[in-house]
Write a protein of this length. Structure first.
Lengths: 450, 450
């Protein structure tokens, strides 16, 4: 299969069918289309068209479509649905997805929507999930899971499981709890297939089971599940009672979002934006970083102004300021990116000191290679050996300082509990520009005896 | 649970126990430690210590440890194992992991290792997998899966499944094939639990099943599985015959690696390196991009040299070159990053033209805001309105051009089938530095009538 590709023709066809109210054509056309793809279509439709389609299609499909929509589109559509209609959609969803949607509803209608949900157990589970912080394992987990008591035998277990499995889309593990709901262990479906029905659960379950606390951060859960190759992990409360389960598909989204956030931060984009967002949203995400760059540039200009007396005798020094600034910026971004990634993957060993020494050696090696090229080039080109040497020596020092700043700042932020990713990109480039140019002129001044 | 954190004390304890050959202490100490964590320990040990530990521990654990090791550590250890010992480890692994390890072995010993594998079916599956390109669905898939024929009834099916499930760590779906092994549909374990044993497979299976071709790119498989929330996907050959299965845990690795690659590219690091790699490896990954920056800086210097006649009357123009270069670079990186991310997520709609117009409007808006600040600042500071105006107008034009370059290049590369991620970072910064400074001086020259 290849993923569905939304064409303009297909979109126009859908719009025309909606305008002509050709319901059965629409239904048969979209019958074979995956809900994630229908969400893509609806994201592109007008609010009226979108609402029409959601009301037309079966709610076992539209409920899934709703979870995949862009947040603003979903909000607009839900606004046009009655509390009863929204409750009908929630009925079809797993509790985690339902709770996410309820969490986005205006406060004043939540109560009515919840009261319209027919399955009271489902409604209770959704309300339970609402109290967890979105940014925690509790906010990610679903209530759907299969659990059995250690006191049961396999036969009771299979009977109970059949009932529970009805509500669980994917059974990964069967969790074993004691009479107080405390998590004791697990049982794999495979084991169940290969064990005699007379056995007792307490004799066959695996007492070792990984779990996370409801308060764990999503990034941490992602790290644990991907490191230990888990497809689902049970979530326990402060009393070790089993309260939910997180599945790997939710974690895939967490990993993607984390990666996108770090990438955008490194590129100087401050919030989660996409190419198709409005110019206003894109400006809000980009302008602050550019403003930082502007301030840095003004700082660099002020520094150069203070060395103005050198301009008549050594104009060439001023020609190399973009080079110095660029090298300082590039080295800083490289070293900070490596540290940020090491911190994210938890694979930085050794202390800050040894890391700084390593970066210094590395920067020195790179710096000497680059400075040699620069020296030969400027000497041949300009014929002034002393000035060329001064520029080249400055470059080495600038590269070393830039590397040290790039290494130190993310480590420092991390130690202070601040996301080190903010130290990549424009932040490090700007500070390195200023330091670089200051160092460059100071060294040149000393070496050239001006 | 919190993920295992390797301490220096624990490492020293392990090393001391190995030196003293305290085997039973080592075994009981590491018994409760997860294989992924043992791999972390072994990555830090000397080759002798590491080999000792691998030989000591049970191969059902060490085989998994081997898959998690750093490539160079694994290579060193396998070098110290006999063909029979390696075969013993492969015996314990799923075919995909086993094939990855065999693929890394020196050509001359592969034949011997394969011939030492006792389970000939397993050996055949591994050899089958070796012929697939590492960078394809075939290179990712495992042979372990549960498949049943549509002609069977549920009873035969359950019996056959019990036998097959022995070799499959996680059963996600049961795949239904015809007598020629062509993929027909699927059956969920849950359905099996809730269907009477007298039913015929052909009556109960779900004929709709997503699959990917063996030749599909891993990124594409990742996109499909994460978009459609799949935990496993069957892989078919050119004749639609079921040849393997890819599970989500392998896809999580693909997603992480993709994200890291793009991030490093944007930071100007050209290959997959980590903070703990050698200075030599880090230099090889970083120096080429710095060299590119050097060339850019020399270009900028040459351009400034050609405007040298302006230096006596308008020295201030030269003070703002780092600012101009920084803004051109930052804007370019921002716009290219947004395009690269949009391309990666497949959510860019509309043509190149409309995208360039949007970026132009956005850059104009940002540019005017920034230029106004710059104008006021330089005017107050230097008192020369005309020069300040010239600098500010140049800034707007530079930002617009930088935004357009940053938008166009990744789109162009993508159209040509080249990974657009290479256009972020140093590449775009360097070219924008040069263009920016050239535009800046040209406009200033015209406006100031020099």
């Amino acid at each position: 299969m290849t993923p569905f590709k939304l064409t303009d023709e297909f979109l126009s066809e859908i719009e025309a069918l909606i305008d002509d109210q050709k319901n059965s054509s629409l239904e048969s056309l979209l019958n074979e289309v995956h809900y994630a793809d229908i969400a893509e279509i609806i994201n592109e439709l007008s609010e009226e068209h979108a609402t029409y389609l959601i009301k037309l299609l079966d709610s076992d499909k539209t409920s899934d479509v709703l979870t995949e929509l862009d947040e603003d589109v979903r909000e607009a559509i839900l606004n046009n649905l009655s509390a009863k209609e929204i409750a009908g959609e929630l009925e079809e969803l797993d509790t985690d997805d339902a709770a996410d949607i309820v969490g986005e509803l205006p406060k004043e209608i939540i109560h009515e929507v919840i009261s319209e949900i027919e399955d009271r157990e489902h409604a209770k589970d959704i309300v339970d999930l609402l109290r967890y912080d979105e940014n925690s394992a509790g906010g990610l987990m679903a209530k759907e899971l299969v659990k059995v008591r250690e006191s049961w035998n396999i036969l009771t277990c299979v009977k109970e499981m059949r009932a529970q499995a009805e509500n669980v889309t994917r059974v990964h593990s069967i969790y074993v709890v004691d009479d107080n709901d405390k998590l004791k262990g697990r049982l794999s479906l495979k084991d169940l297939l290969t064990t005699s029905t007379k056995s007792h659960i307490s004799d066959v379950y695996i007492p070792k089971v990984d779990s996370v606390s409801v308060n764990e951060k999503p990034e941490e859960v992602a790290k644990i599940m991907s490191k230990y190759d888990l497809e689902a992990i049970p979530v326990v409360d402060e009393m070790n009672r089993l309260v939910g389960r997180i599945t790997i598909d939710d974690i895939v989204d967490v990993i993607r979002e984390e990666a996108e956030k770090d990438y955008q931060m490194a590129a100087g984009i401050s919030q989660d934006v996409e190419a198709d967002d409005s110019i206003w949203n894109l400006t809000r995400a980009r302008l602050p970083w550019l403003f930082l760059g502007l301030v840095g540039g003004l700082g660099a200009a002020a520094i150069m102004g203070s060395f103005e007396n050198m301009i008549s005798s050594h104009a060439i020094l001023f020609f190399f300021t973009p080079l110095i600034a660029a090298m300082a910026g590039n080295v800083g971004v490289q070293s900070s990116a490596i540290i940020v990634q090491g911190l994210a993957n938890d694979d930085l060993k050794g202390g800050v000191g040894s890391r700084l020494i390593k970066e210094m050696l590395l920067a020195m090696l790179n710096g000497v290679v680059l400075a040699t090229v620069l020296l030969i080039f400027t000497w041949v080109y300009k014929g002034d050996f002393l000035t060329s040497l001064a520029i080249s020596i400055s470059l080495v020092v600038v590269i070393i300082v830039a590397g040290l700043i790039g290494t130190f700042i993310p480590l420092f932020l991390h130690k202070r509990g601040i996301d080190p990713a903010i130290a990549t990109g424009p932040f490090i480039t700007t500070s390195n520009d200023i330091f670089g140019i200051l160092i460059y002129f100071s060294i040149a001044k000393i070496l050239l005896g001006i």
